[in-house]
Design a protein around this ligand. Structure first.
Ligand SMILES: [Zn+2]
Length: 62
């Protein structure tokens, strides 16, 4: 059932656009490098915000 697996369609985790599987799409599970970086960027900024808040909480206690 290899042909079936190759025909399987996924959607970009960022914009929802139809994308190919990992074999044909190096940016899987995203449609493009751009969406990949956009998602990574939002994840990193969330992480950064959390760290920043933690830092300020510690600062207030001191
Ligand atoms: Zn996308």
């Amino acid at each position: 059932m290899n042909s079936y697996a190759n025909k399987k369609v996924f959607s970009c985790k960022k914009c929802g656009k139809e994308i190919r599987g990992l074999k044909e799409n190096p940016h899987f599970p995203f449609c493009s490098k751009r969406c990949r970086y956009m998602d990574l960027g939002s994840w990193l900024s969330e992480e950064y915000t959390m760290e920043k808040q933690e830092y300020y909480d510690t600062g207030e206690e001191l």
